[in-house]
Design a protein around this ligand. Structure first.
Ligand code: ATP
Ligand code: MG
Length: 673
């Protein structure tokens, strides 16, 4: 039933071609960064489609939505625009698709991080554990719930070990309340998209069989970051006969904090003993120097038996014989130095970038532009400092940070109103939106309303309808009237926007609230609002799908590689990406690795993270650091990262500039270089 691909679509090397030609039975492709794993898998899928395989039977899982979009774009480019494509998406998008199809009569809303926080706060209050008592903090409870769900444990299972044992009874109660609130409001959280899907498939044989028969060819990129729940999901979907192909690099596993597990290659090897393993040894991304440096970085980490010894990867790309290590006095000076270096390199001669299509080390030489640069760092806070300085110096940059785009109060209100108008809001949305309309409803009234609804186990939408049949106890007449009027307004809008395109609804929101006038010329608001419109237009009238996409979006989704801007990103979000020139900022002990840690497993993950950072670079790599840095308002002196120390000196070129005053303007500091 599975056809062999007729011919390769473009040139691949022999190892890559072998991976494409393997078309029956489980396959594991293990290879280092830049060896063309993602490219090979994309060609494999394209080849199968070209040879007539049924796209309905294919499933490709990527690590981010952005990667999914890119894979689909590449498939379209290879196959022609009009060709229909198989399901390509993240585990969460897949879970959402299955769940919303088979579980809920009412559309399922995915709670985003902020709404979840608000819910957790309410959960603590409902259990008499107000924040003041300090017994359990909001972030603690969130973390425990996440951890329980990642381990596939419900509130009825034994939750030993998920939280400190003295907190266990309170946690069990809170987890239970939390689940009730989700249920009443038809919500699923991020973890539920895996957790509940696995349960559904395990419990319901008919639905399971349906999917097992449907997805006969499965492809999973960035496999090293899979967690136990996600593995269980693909294991269920694979059944006994699927052609399943996993692609990954154990040395690039950097999502341990989300439950990814180095044992994942062993799970696969145990469950699919007949699987073949293929290796790719040629790197098409980085210069040999960058590869040599990266090999030194990762060397101390152990290798797993399932994936075999670490293979040396070679590159035909020639370039600088060294990488540059820059020491600056402060974090501000570091930012300035990065800016100054970019300014010097952009448009200049002598620096060349490699075209992604180049084979066998032939260089496509062209001057560098801003989009060829990326600045990588450990935490978003560092990114804010650097982007501030770059912008002051007139260097266009884009910060790859979803929060920075969607956290604006105006953007949040717009989104809350959108949810309320579609009957998919929760109480925190009501609180965010109520100030935008007249007459204002008092906070106190909202609190009473919320407690009443929680007691009655009503969703917000149901509770709003009930306001017509007041009275709500403990609420004065005027307050009731205000609430009633407000609810009337909401319901009126709900009717007006029925079946309307998402973007038009946002325009109506803006008109009804004067939202845009409230933030004239505010670039953060504009960026966020524009993002909503862009996402909205991709979903047309599908408001449920739109909300799911927004809730499931991650940092990389706000990255646009087509714009002429320097990319500023955490190392985590740079996974899978590549840039001709890469700066890794904050190469200091306590930052890379982040906080010294006694646990070897954490240290290994930190090392992998640095390895991922180094291997994003194609041609030029700069490692920058500050000798003193402000941390939580206090100045700290900082040592060079031990990982950088380990790199042999023959690969390193040192430079640095001490800037005396930290308060000098960006322009003045730039002139120091
Ligand atoms: P990572 O581990 O970082 O995800 P990867 O193994 O997925 O990397 P790709 O991103 O697929 O690697 O490829 C790296 C670069 O090498 C890309 O620019 C890709 O176009 C190029 N490349 C891959 N294979 C070939 C080839 N056979 N010929 C020319 N270029 C190639
Ligand atoms: Mg890849």
């Amino acid at each position: 039933e599975v056809n062999a691909p007729v011919q390769p679509l473009i040139r691949l090397n022999d190892d890559q071609q072998r991976a494409v030609d393997h078309f029956r039975g489980p396959l594991m492709i293990v290879a280092g960064p830049g060896t063309g794993k993602t490219r090979t898998i994309t060609h494999k899928i394209a080849g199968l489609i070209e040879s007539g395989s049924d796209i309905e039977r294919m499933l490709a899982v990527t690590f981010t939505n952005k990667a999914a979009i890119e894979m689909k774009e590449r498939l379209s480019a290879l196959l022609g625009k009009t060709c229909s494509l198989p399901f390509v998406g993240t585990f969460h998008a897949l879970g959402y698709r299955i769940l919303s199809r088979y579980m809920a009569d009412t559309p399922l809303t995915v709670v985003d991080e902020d709404s979840r926080k608000a819910l957790v706060r309410d959960v603590l209050a409902l259990n008499g554990l107000s924040q003041k008592s300090g017994e359990i903090r909001v972030d603690e409870l969130m973390a425990w719930i996440v951890s329980a769900k990642q381990k596939m444990l419900s509130s009825e299972d034994s939750l030993d070990g998920v939280c400190p044992s003295d907190r266990l009874p309170s946690f069990v109660r809170c987890y239970d309340t939390y689940e009730q609130l989700l249920g009443v409001n038809h919500l699923a959280d991020f973890e539920d998209l895996i957790f509940r899907t696995v349960h559904l498939l395990e419990k319901d044989k008919a639905i399971r069989d349906l999917y097992v028969n449907r997805f006969r060819q499965m492809f999973i990129d960035e496999y090293q970051d899979i967690n136990a729940g996600q593995y269980r999901l693909i294991r269920l979907l694979a059944g006994d006969q699927a052609t399943i192909c996993i692609i990954g690099d154990p040395d690039q596993a950097i999502y341990g904090f989300r439950g990814s597990d180095p044992a994942c290659f062993k799970w696969f090897a145990d469950d699919f003993p007949e699987s073949r393993t293929l290796f790719l040894n040629r790197n098409y991304r980085s210069t040999q120097t960058i590869l040599d440096v990266s090999a030194q970085v990762i060397k101390p980490n152990p290798v797993s038996t399932e994936t075999g010894s670490r293979r040396s990867v070679h590159s035909g790309i020639k370039g600088d014989r060294t990488i540059q290590v820059m020491a600056l006095a402060t974090e501000n000076a570091e930012a300035v130095a990065i800016g100054k270096t970019i300014e010097k390199m952009v448009g200049g001669t002598g620096f060349f970038s490699l075209d992604s299509g180049a084979v066998d080390g032939t260089l496509d030489q062209r001057p560098l532009s801003f989009s060829d640069f990326a600045v990588l760092f450990r935490t978003h806070g560092q990114g804010e400092i650097i982007s501030g300085f770059l912008e002051k110096a007139g260097i266009p940059c884009q910060v790859i940070n979803r929060r920075a785009v969607l956290d604006h109060p105006g953007v949040k209100s717009a989104l809350s109103i959108f949810k309320l108008w579609h009957g998919m809001g929760i109480f925190s949305d009501l609180q965010a939106a109520v100030g935008m309309f007249k007459p204002a409803v008092s906070k106190k009234a909202l609190e009473i309303f919320k407690s009443w609804a929680y007691r009655k186990k009503l969703s917000l939408a149901e509770a709003l309808i009930q306001t017509r049949r007041l009275p709500i106890p403990h609420m004065g007449r005027t307050r009731q009237q205000q609430l009633y009027d407000f609810c009337g307004q909401l319901l009126a809008f709900q009717q007006r926007i029925d079946g309307q395109p998402v973007t038009e609804t946002f325009e109506l929101i803006s008109k009804a609230t004067g939202l845009k006038e409230q933030y004239p010329g505010d670039p953060v608001f504009e960026k966020g609002y524009h993002y909503l419109l862009e996402m909205g237009s991709a979903h047309q009238t599908d408001s449920v799908g739109f909300l799911a996409s927004v809730a499931l979006s991650g940092d990389t989704d706000v990255y646009d590689h087509r714009v002429e801007k320097v990319a500023l990103t955490t190392i985590h979000a740079a996974k899978g990406l590549e840039f001709p020139v890469v700066f890794i900022a904050g190469c200091e002990d306590e930052c890379i690795p982040y906080r010294s840690t006694a646990r070897p497993a954490d240290m290994e993950e930190e090392r992998r993270l640095f390895y991922v950072a180094v291997t994003r670079a194609k041609n030029h790599l700069f490692l920058t650091r500050a000798e003193s840095r402000r941390v939580n308002g206090r100045k700290q002196s900082r040592q060079l990262s031990p990982f950088v120390k380990e790199i042999e000196n023959r690969y390193k070129r040192f430079s640095g500039q001490h800037v005396k005053k930290t308060e000098t303007s960006a322009q003045e500091q730039l002139s120091l270089f």
